[in-house]
Design a protein around this ligand. Structure first.
Ligand code: HEM
Length: 260
């Protein structure tokens, strides 16, 4: 008959084994790798490390090379998705109700004003950081072959980010939003040939009204974030296929091995 102390020890050991099994099922390679093969194995088998290619140039890991701007933009998109879905529980895209719902959110919902402000500030910050990220890519010459296709994907991401910002602007249905969208869609209407169809597509009628609100809402919560997620996946896949981030030894044979 084991003593109380011994049975406690056995139970603790079993719990530790159980937790260790769970940990091992997620992170397959536990110990610190001792050689290049172990390091590759550790990277391949870890979801988080697998973001990087097996071989990464030291240069591209320097914080001052990227300033983490692309990663910051990605985090902001995740924050916006999370707070945006949360906001959908309270918001209603109706010309008679949207403004009232927004006021209710600020005054009657617990932490509603925090939720709304986080969404609004993160949206503005995302535009800011995407533009900075683009400037970093330009000034480090990372748009040159083989990354020229990823630069084009980046332009699509920039346009989608601006589109999300523009469509989100109308949703509070306040005076600022109403007149900003009236002016914005009128400017679009002046573009030669495609101007009027674009304006009609956005507004769904001749004026900014209920149809426009529903269209901006669907674009803002489904179509644009969906497209942005797809293009972001292509953007990240392309970074891997181009051999990780750009670096001065891009044409080195040893580094080129990682490009497949
Ligand atoms: C939603 C917007 C965007 C997100 C979330 C995003 C995310 C990222 C991330 C995480 C990286 C890895 C390196 C880093 O952090 O700098 C990266 C690299 C890159 N991005 Fe973006 N990006 C976006 C928009 C853009 C834009 C607007 C451009 C250019 C027009 C662009 C072009 C590139 C290129 C060429 C690389 C490879 C850079 C290199 O090899 O040094 N991206 N992006």
């Amino acid at each position: 008959m084991p003593s109380a102390f011994a049975s406690l020890r056995i139970q603790t050991e079993n719990i530790m084994k159980f937790l260790n099994n769970i940990y091992r099922s997620i992170f397959r390679y536990g110990r610190m790798p001792e050689d290049a093969e172990g390091a590759s194995y550790a990277v391949f088998n870890n979801l988080f490390l697998h973001i990087h290619p097996v071989k990464v140039s030291k240069h591209s890991l320097r914080f001052r090379y990227t300033f983490g701007l692309g990663v910051i933009a990605t985090c902001l998109f995740l924050i916006l998705t999370f707070t945006g879905v949360w906001l959908m529980f309270y918001y209603f895209p109706s010309a008679t109700e949207a403004y009232g719902r927004m006021l209710d959110l600020r005054s009657s919902v617990d932490f509603g004003f925090v939720l709304r402000n986080v969404h609004k500030w993160a949206a503005e910050a995302m535009v800011f950081f995407v533009v900075l990220h683009m400037a970093r890519v330009f000034f480090t010459g990372a748009y040159k072959p083989p990354r020229e296709f990823n630069w084009v994907i980046g332009i699509v991401l920039l346009l989608l980010t601006l589109g999300l910002s523009f469509t989100g602007y109308l949703l509070p249905w306040d005076q600022l939003a109403f007149w900003a969208i009236t002016v914005g869609t009128s400017i679009a209407g002046y573009a030669p040939i495609v101007g009027d169809p674009i304006r009609q597509f956005l507004l769904g009628s001749d004026n900014v009204g209920q149809e426009a609100l529903v269209r901006f809402y669907v674009l803002h919560v489904v179509i644009l974030p969906g497209l942005l997620s797809i293009f972001l996946a292509i953007h990240f896949w392309r970074i891997r296929k181009d051999g990780g981030l750009s670096h001065p030894n891009d044409n080195d044979v040893s580094v080129a091995q990682t490009k497949h």
